[in-house]
Design a protein around this ligand. Structure first.
Ligand SMILES: O=c1[nH]cnc2c1ncn2[C@@H]1O[C@H](COP(=O)(O)OP(=O)(O)O)[C@@H](O)[C@H]1O
Length: 174
């Protein structure tokens, strides 16, 4: 996945005008810009399509098309290297590629912690669905990780409150 320009986690991709190019050609183009390498995409890689949640008036008419492509570890490492060195969007639209930890540690580190971050649109559900569909994590493990994520989320809210108090003290000083 990637850290987007807006600080949210999401998948590489972008806007495609279907009257100008096919969805797969558009996705390959976007991947070249964001990952720095050409990755062929075919209709077989298509997983699902749905209306994008209306976060802004312009996004209310968008349909998201989700694709998954399996790659060898060496290919993934090549993508990671290119994404940080040759990708046109690096440091602008994309702040960095991130791997998804597929393990959960006792204290909730790993997948549970990863899933408690903030994601764009329904990217979290797309991730969970893919992990289940490709048997990368068992339903039981995922259930445990998500339950733990909810607990981490509560803790994060408390932590944010504490950080907010810090700014209040500073605000009164200036
Ligand atoms: O990885 C993703 N998963 C699910 N939905 C996404 C993802 N990335 C973007 N979206 C959806 O598409 C909308 C437009 O995304 P964005 O503003 O990032 O467009 P762009 O990537 O073409 O610049 C978002 O509001 C969101 O609903």
């Amino acid at each position: 996945m990637q850290m987007r320009f807006d600080g949210l986690l999401g998948f590489p991709g972008g806007l495609v005008n279907p009257s100008k190019e096919t969805l797969e050609a558009g996705l390959s183009r976007e991947l070249s810009e964001e990952l720095g390498v050409a990755i062929p995409i075919s209709a077989e890689n298509h997983m699902e399509s749905c209306h994008a949640p209306a976060s802004s008036p312009s996004s209310s008419h968008l349909i998201t098309h989700f694709y998954v492509k399996k790659m060898e570890e060496e290919q993934i490492m090549e993508v990671e290297r290119a994404a940080a060195s040759t990708a046109a969007d690096h440091g602008l639209e994309v702040l960095g590629m991130v791997r998804v930890p597929l393990y959960t540690m006792k204290g909730g580190g790993g997948l549970a912690s990863f899933l408690s971050h903030s994601f764009i649109g329904n990217a979290r559900s797309q991730l969970v669905d893919s992990l289940l569909r490709f048997n990368l994590v068992s339903p039981k493990e995922l259930h445990k990780a998500l339950t733990h994520s909810l607990k981490i989320h509560t803790h994060t809210a408390e932590d944010l409150q504490a950080a907010l108090v810090l700014t209040e003290v500073k605000r009164k000083q200036f």
